[in-house]
Design a protein around this ligand. Structure first.
Ligand code: DGJ
Length: 734
């Protein structure tokens, strides 16, 4: 049982041999955090790691005391985890430990996505009850430790057991006190078309905040935060990582206090948030996931990959091989009709792809992005017969048919807006900010969710649709819930997310066989919350191979290959104008859920042949490329080259990619040291493409300790030289 309660010392120890969390009830009744991180012997007491005789902060202000649910106003001046305003307007709380209970399995969170188990034995969950006598606030802290993962999941539920309303101002999902420093913060930040670039810097006294106030997690920051000891690299050193299972406004923050200790917190962004908790009501905060390792960043990524692939993603497509698709967007944008799509699909089938996706522009009268969102009826000018005959023709070619939707949006030029102008988010009496000439529907209103469920379900039942790309192309401005009273407007952003999750839940439940991919102008809502409904996401609108190196490298810190859609597009690239070889574009896109995003009718014969070979290669190695262990070898950030690999779970097959970003004259001898292989095995190292049977035999030990020669001679490939060139090797044991 990985939860031990020591009655004599009032300590609660969660342990699984891979990490420990030790909590202690302090003398004043508060719940202290005595230790988090390295696994400790559960039989021992760790009281000495916390304060003795702690009766509150009087006369000991600024002590680096570890607290599990820190609150403001009682002498702890660091960032709080919970701020609740009582009937008297004060936010001072005295949260006293009331007891705890062990729960079988892992309970789901009300209305929110979360990680889960298939067998109660996979985890142990403990629910700790804390209470504030004066307000009647009860806080139920739920901690789940996985048996075989270095992972703890945490969430908090707040109930008003008092007689008067309370206002929740901050409800962080997790807080973490790290007694000694220094720490470095690694975060994944960027912009549209440049998402999730890693940024690492030493924490200085004061706060470093990451977050979003956009109504979506956004392109700008990933909802995660890694704290690393200086010197921690991919395979050495200690690190913690927090990741939030949520898709809306969030805050991830670390603060170094006056004595050098660090507190981190992650959860709903408190700015603009205020939740009115009526007597008897309960509020549930999203789930935060904590990973710990002393074996480097790779182990933290491994932990997230396994958990998010196996116990966050769900449904029929969780374990299924994902089809190779061709998406119409960059090929023809809005400019298509039935005939053109049929020709594209025919050319797609000829390439060996498996799914043809019709992107934006098939509904209303949408010839550009200035109209029709909300009018989910087929544009008969373009598709006179509707979607059903198109899907049938596509299927007759041996392809599946997929469709793009953007349910949360409405164009001012649309029938829906004419009928329900009040359904678009906006503050009455104030102008609305338009972005991409569209507005966001108020999904905090149940009738909007009901309408969208019916409208989208009609579309999805109207034809044989096997895949859906659910887009979301703008953020929320003038936040205001049309059905919320003035004193509940602080609930709007979170209620928007609850409505959105409800819509996802209903549609994915009604259409369990459809493969859903989430998208928000690329990676603007690529987060663990969405992964609970859609097992894959469009990683970025940037399809340039060189830009994608950094984007996929960054995203891979938290997200598994099976969640990252990656496509080959035409050159010059539409986002950056760069011309890269077709082979390089594929070499990068292979590592994820692979596809194309171009007009297959315009390909030259040689390109067609090359693409056929690429698709055949991907299909042959799809298991490794979608579900293998991803190993980051050389970072592309600010570098002249980059490399990564995917290894099959049994370590008998691996695919390696090396990309030369900038070629240099007279290059020094260079060897790429691999990781994750079996040192006992002999591998055939075959460059791809290459004649069958080509390759040299090398030991796993040698490939990891000495490396794979990057000079053309070993193995003899006549490797390409020049900027933006790529090489792939397939390693097969035996
Ligand atoms: C943004 C997406 O990221 C693109 O792939 C495409 O679907 C467009 N929206 C369509 O409007």
């Amino acid at each position: 049982m990985p939860v031990t309660w020591h009655e004599a010392t009032r300590e609660l120890h969660l342990h699984n041999g891979q990490l420990s969390l030790v909590l202690g009830v302090l003398e004043n009744g508060w719940l202290g955090q005595l230790h988090v991180g390295a696994p400790l012997d559960p039989a021992s007491s760790y009281r000495h790691l916390g304060p003795s005789d702690f009766l509150g902060f009087s006369n000991r202000v600024d002590e680096p005391i570890g607290l599990v649910v820190p609150t403001p106003g009682s002498g702890d001046f660091r960032i709080p985890a919970l701020v609740v305003e009582g009937p008297d307007g004060s936010t001072v709380l005295d949260l006293i430990y009331e007891g705890h209970r062990i729960i079988a399995g892992k309970p789901a969170l009300d209305g929110l996505p979360s990680t889960y188990v298939e067998d109660a034995a996979e985890v142990t969950t403990v629910e700790i009850e804390l209470g504030d006598r004066i307000t009647g606030l009860r806080a139920f802290l739920t901690l789940t430790i996985y048996e075989d993962r270095p992972i703890l999941a945490r969430s908090i539920r707040l109930t008003n057991a008092g007689e008067r309303p309370l206002i929740i101002r901050t409800a962080m999902s997790a807080a973490l006190d790290l007694p000694d420093g220094p720490w470095e913060l690694l975060a994944f930040s960027g912009a549209w078309a440049r998402e999730r670039h890693p940024h690492r810097a030493r924490l200085l006294p004061g706060r470093r905040s990451l977050g979003s106030l956009r109504g979506a997690t956004g392109h700008q920051q990933d909802p995660s935060l890694f704290l690393l000891r200086p010197g921690t690299d991919e395979v050495h050193g200690e690190g913690f990582a927090l990741s939030l299972v949520y898709s809306g406004n969030f805050l991830a923050e670390a603060e170094v206090g006056p004595r050098g200790s660090t507190r981190a917190r992650i959860g709903l962004h408190p700015d603009g948030f205020a939740w009115r908790l009526e007597p008897g009501a309960t509020f549930t905060a999203p789930e935060a996931v904590l990973a710990w390792s002393d074996a480097g960043i790779e182990a933290l990524s491994d932990a997230f990959h396994g958990l998010y692939r196996e116990r966050l993603a769900r449904g029929a497509w969780r374990n299924r091989p994902r089809p190779v698709l061709l998406n119409s967007w960059e090929g023809v944008y809005f400019d298509f009709d039935h005939e053109r799509l049929v020709e594209m699909a025919r050319a797609t089938a000829d390439l060996g792809a498996e799914l043809f996706v019709l992107d934006d522009g098939w509904f209303g009268e949408r010839d550009s992005d200035d109209s029709s969102l909300g009018d989910w009826v087929v544009d008969r000018r373009k598709l006179p017969g509707g979607l059903a005959p198109l899907a049938a023709e596509v299927e007759a070619m041996g392809l599946q048919f997929g469709l793009w939707i953007e349910p949360e949006m409405v164009s001012p030029r649309s029938r829906l807006f004419a009928e329900h102008p009040d359904w678009a988010i906006g503050v009455p009496g104030r102008p609305r900010t338009e972005m991409r000439q569209q507005l966001v529907l108020d999904l905090s209103r149940p009738e909007v969710v009901d309408h969208l469920e019916a409208a989208i379900a009609d579309v999805l039942s109207s034809a044989s649709i096997r895949y859906v790309k659910w887009d979301m192309n703008r953020n929320i401005t003038e936040p205001y819930g049309g059905s919320l009273p003035p004193d509940r407007q602080g609930e709007f952003f979170h209620r928007y997310m609850l409505g959105t999750y409800e819509l996802w839940r209903r549609l994915t439940t009604r259409f369990p066989e459809i493969l859903f991919e989430s998208c928000a102008g690329g990676g603007g809502r690529f987060d663990p919350g969405m992964l609970a409904y859609a097992p894959q996401a469009w990683t970025s609108d940037d399809t340039d191979a060189i830009e994608r190196l950094s984007i996929q490298w960054g995203a891979s810190h938290v997200y598994p290959l099976s969640s990252m859609a990656a496509h080959v597009s035409a050159v010059p690239n539409h986002q950056v104008g760069r011309v890269t070889p077709l082979a390089t574009r594929a070499a990068v896109a292979f590592f994820g859920v692979f596809g194309y995003e171009l007009d297959p009718r315009t390909l030259a014969d040689a390109e067609r042949a090359e693409i056929r070979a690429q698709i055949a290669f991907y299909r042959e190695h799809r298991d490794v490329l979608q579900r293998g262990r991803f190993v980051r070898l050389r970072s592309p950030l600010g570098a002249d080259d980059a490399a990564w690999m995917a290894v099959a779970p049994d370590r008998r097959t691996a695919i390696i990619a090396h990309v030369r970003i900038l070629e240099r004259p007279v290059p020094p001898p260079d060897r790429l040291r691999l990781r994750g292989l079996d040192p006992e095995l002999i591998y055939r190292v075959a460059p791809w493409p290459g004649p069958d049977g080509e390759g040299v035999r090398r030991g796993g030990d040698l490939l990891m300790a000495v490396g794979l020669g990057l000079e053309p001679a070993d193995p003899p490939t006549g490797a390409p030289r020049g900027d933006f060139t790529a090489r792939i090797w397939v390693l097969t044991a035996g």
